[in-house]
Design a protein around this ligand. Sequence first.
Ligand SMILES: Cc1cc2nc3c(=O)[nH]c(=O)nc-3n(C[C@H](O)[C@H](O)[C@H](O)COP(=O)(O)O)c2cc1C
Length: 185
Amino acid sequence: MNNILRSVLMRRSTSQLDMRPIRDEELMAILEEGKMLSNAARNREWHFTVLQNRGLMKQLGASCEKMVARVHGDIWGDPAVTGRILVESALLLIVSGHRDSKYAEDAANMVFGGMMLVAEKYRIGACWLTSVPEMLRAPETQKVLEQLSIPAGYEPLSVGVFGYKRTLAPPHVLTSADNIVNIVK
Ligand SMILES: Cc1cc2nc3c(=O)[nH]c(=O)nc-3n(C[C@H](O)[C@H](O)[C@H](O)COP(=O)(O)O)c2cc1C
């Protein structure tokens, strides 16, 4: 199996991340490669926010916990887990785009997914936090959002945390039902 395929197949969400800062050159590589990733042709107008401010991360973590408790408890389980993942990582990456441009959200998700794969190269783990963009639209988080200096006209579309992996444990094996494929000829 080549290295690219191995990263694609073996990458797993990492919720146990190290809070120590990511080396500048590795962070820049993830961002630069993120800019080059395939996405919907006319939706290249991304803005990346790299949040490393622990005070703001704590505030977002607390709001996120409330959001998950209110809306996503059935999907992500214990709300405190999402809050902890957000606070106990090196950084929060926010991919913003123009919501009104067609497919922007899908394309932003694709870019974010690609950046998580790029990060694997440096043993940097990531966890997508789908609850965060929704939380950042809620009235109670507008004060924190203002402090992120996201350019006018852009809004957070795809968000998650990055950090060096605390353990290099083998990934959990995925199993799925064998009746999820239908080939129509
Ligand atoms: C699109 C997406 C959004 C996610 N959002 C959250 C989230 O808001 N909160 C959370 O605790 N985990 C979130 N996760 C992590 C999942 O809990 C994780 O994917 C799950 O444990 C399965 O692990 P795996 O991605 O390695 O298969 C998200 C994962 C994905 C792929």
